[in-house]
Every structure is written in C-alpha cells, then in structure tokens.
Design a protein around this ligand. Structure first.
Ligand SMILES: Cc1cc2nc3c(=O)[nH]c(=O)nc-3n(C[C@H](O)[C@H](O)[C@H](O)COP(=O)(O)O)c2cc1C
Length: 249
C-alpha cells in the first residue's frame, strides 16, 4: 500500500488530455468521499463543490476561460469557498452571523478549505487511475460570468476548478525545485540560494526544450514572472466583493 502511494506521488503530473470514457461510478464515489472527509477549519466545511457533467455548461466555461481541458474532461468540478450555507442555518436559528467572511482570515479560511478539498479530490482521482488538472482561470478569467453561469449565491466564491477524466496522455514529470530550497528544517534558512536557483532555472529550460509534446524556449524564472505580470491585472477584491465578501480587515 505504502509503495503504491509513494509511486502515486512520484509519478503525479497534471493531465490535460482525456479519453471520451465516463468516470466509473465507484471512482466518483471515492472522489466524493475524499472531498467530504477532508479536514476543514473548525470542521466548518466552508466549501462547496459544483460537479459539472453536462457538456453545455462545460462548453460555456471553456468559452469563458479558453482552457481546452474543461470541454474534453468527463467531469469538471468547481471548488468554492462557502459561507452561504452556515448563514442559512444561523438565520433559521435566529442567531446573528458574525461577518467573519468579511475579514481576510475568513476569506482565507474558505479558500484553504476549498483548496484542500480540491487536492483530496485530485489524489483520489489519481488513485482511481484517472487524470486531472487544476484550472485557476475559472476564478480569474471572468468572475461574474462564472458566478452567473453556476448560479452562485452571495457568500460563495470560486477558488479553483479541477478537470477529471480517463487520461489520454502521460506527460513527462516536470523538474521541481531541490528539496533544500522548498523544505527547511526547524526554521527558515536564509542563505544564498542563487547558485541552486540558477541551476534549477537551466534545468527547466532544458526540460522545456526537450520534453515530449509541445516544446518551448521558456526558462523558469521569466516564465513565472510573465504569469505574475499578467495576473497583476486581476481584480480579485472586486470579484470577492460582488460575491458578498467585503474584506475590511
Ligand atoms: C491552483 C492551481 C491552478 C492551476 N491553473 C491551471 C490552469 O488554469 N490551466 C492549466 O493548464 N494548468 C493549471 N494548473 C496546473 C499547473 O500548471 C501545474 O500544476 C504546474 O505546471 C506543474 O505541473 P505538474 O502538475 O504536472 O507537476 C494549476 C495548478 C494549480 C495548483
């Protein structure tokens, strides 16, 4: 069992191309169990998943985001932070609901819960022999169009999507940063990391130039900074506000 789990982590990659096959019901049940039994802050379960199987909705999300894997996957699951549900119960019980969702920590709690459940779903999917890919563009591309399409009430905010399907590709493993740069022992080791970072940047450049499938001349650093440059345009505070999260402190 441990060997299987070890192998699962050693071979995990994002999968963006899928067969037409449906996901077996047993696998779907396992994914749902993994989602529902994820750890959440205070066991408040500040998340909701919209599981999308119908092609029409997937196509609309593809049109909004430009992410092909949304239209070709068998299921597209959208993981959201959710304070609507507890609000319903508080109202029914006549309890005034503290505006925790309007604090940065409240917002973060919802985002963490949604992200953890997404990762549980991803691991469960992979353990069932399926492939998946997170899709952040479902949050950033056009937040109000996605909220309208998915009929999200106030108090529900899209965090990330997960495309799931029977894999049609087995992409090469991407090189990752050396262990010592991402896992520190006991405290943050603020040493000169330049040489190792430069070496990693070269390793990624080499990988991108020689990997199977589409090749590129991208390095790691500038490619990631390009993403940051693009992402500077996103207005997530406005998007959060229009979903009822008026973050004030
Ligand atoms: C929060 C998050 C959002 C992501 N959004 C997208 C996306 O919108 N489109 C996409 O093709 N890949 C997306 N990815 C996948 C990453 O590009 C991928 O994990 C990364 O390149 C590392 O590759 P690997 O997963 O194969 O190791 C996302 C991953 C995460 C964790």
């Amino acid at each position: 069992m441990q060997t299987e789990i070890k192998q699962l982590f050693e071979t995990r990659t994002s999968v963006r191309r899928y067969e037409y096959d449906a996901i077996p019901q047993e696998a779907l049940d396992t994914i749902y169990t993994a989602i529902r039994n994820s750890p959440t802050s205070y066991n408040g379960q500040q998340f909701t998943v919209i599981d999308i199987a119908d092609q029409e909705t997937k196509l609309k999300l593809y049109e909004i985001t430009g992410q092909k894997q949304i239209k070709t996957c068998n299921r597209f699951m959208v993981f959201c932070a959710d304070y609507n549900r507890i609000g319903v119960l508080a109202k029914a019980k006549g309890i005034s609901m503290p505006e925790f969702y309007n604090t940065l920590d409240g917002f973060t709690v919802g985002v963490i819960d949604a992200a953890i459940t997404m990762q549980s779903a991803a691991i469960a999917a992979q353990a069932c022999g399926l492939g998946c890919c997170c899709v952040g563009y479902v949050r950033t591309a056009d937040p109000s169009a996605v909220a309208d399409l998915l009929k999200l009430p106030k108090g529900v905010f899209v965090v990330c999507g997960l495309a799931i399907g029977v894999p049609r590709e087995h992409p090469d493993l991407k090189p990752k940063l050396p262990k010592d740069l991402t896992i520190h022992q006991s405290h943050y080791t603020d040493r000169d990391m330049t040489a190792e970072l430069v070496a990693y940047d070269k390793e990624v450049t080499q990988y991108n130039a020689t990997r199977s499938g589409s090749k590129s001349e991208n390095d790691w650093c500038d490619h990631i900074l390009d993403y940051y440059r693009e992402a500077m345009k996103y207005r997530m505070l406005d998007a959060a506000k229009s979903q009822g999260f008026d973050i004030v402190k």
